[in-house]
Design a protein around this ligand. Sequence first.
Ligand code: UDP
Length: 319
Amino acid sequence: MSKEKRVLVAGGAGFLGSHLCDLLIREGYRVLCVDNYCTGTPRNVAHLTDHPRFELLQADITEPIDVEGPLDYVLNLASPASPPDYLRLPIETMRTGAWGTYHLLELARQKEAVFLLASTSEVYGDPTISPQPEDYWGNVNPIGPRSVYDEAKRFAEAMTMAYHRTYGLQTRIVRIFNAYGPRMRPNDGRAVPNFITQALRGEDLTVYGDGSQTRSLCYALDEVEGIYRLMLSDVTVPVNIGNPSTEITILRLAETIRRLTGSRSRIRFLPLPEDDPKQRRPDITRARALLGWEPKTDLETGLKHTIEYFRELIERGEV
Ligand code: UDP
């Protein structure tokens, strides 16, 4: 028992955090899931709560955190991640990226644990090159509405590297590109949950702008497999984890979801949010070379699983 490695997953009751908890439990780790349920929910890990290697702690990482016993890894997946969430919670988002990351770095330093930061493709802002490799510095409006998320994550990356350089802390940085899948909140406001719930209810699908902007969608289980491989590696430079082969315009995404749900919803065009990136596609050369990772799930397969999840939620009256 004592030989089992112990991992703290901050944001472990969130969408990606909970999938990562599942993977870590499956791989034999002890998991301490920490969440303040700001955008996560204990329902996402309800199936793990009786597991002998799983602990759940309600705590806010913007306050200093004290954990009894050893930790081998500290993974920071705690943050609002959907634009409507972080626009609704601008100060909380900045505090989580800054204070929260700082407290977890300190904890990792104290426990001599490996620290992993969940960063984002948003550090590239509205990119002027595509696909985006990790050595692209980005095109972020520092005072725009999205900057509360983008700059918090950029700050978190900078602080992670400062801890690595100053204290020799073992650090990892993953840049996540539009992950989607079961356990996204139906009302979190992102394109995938919006379009699926709208289609299933026969409501209009709300496409912002003319829908020509692109995103590359990475299925959650592929995403957490990539994060896990990075955790186990000794790679200190940031690594993009996303699916370049699914790049799709938002209008085509809406049409695809409408077809896969068999819905007769119409498409309604609404204004484009400020600073909405026009294109996004990861260059995953580094992930392939250093982690031997690449995504396995094609877009239609991933969307079908996600549609089933939302269909069941709606049938059970949980949304
Ligand atoms: N989007 C949309 N309709 C929606 C929600 C989002 O057209 O109901 C657009 C949004 O403007 C953006 C893209 O879909 O261009 C992806 O948005 P999402 O919030 O999923 O992710 P992010 O902008 O963070 O990549």
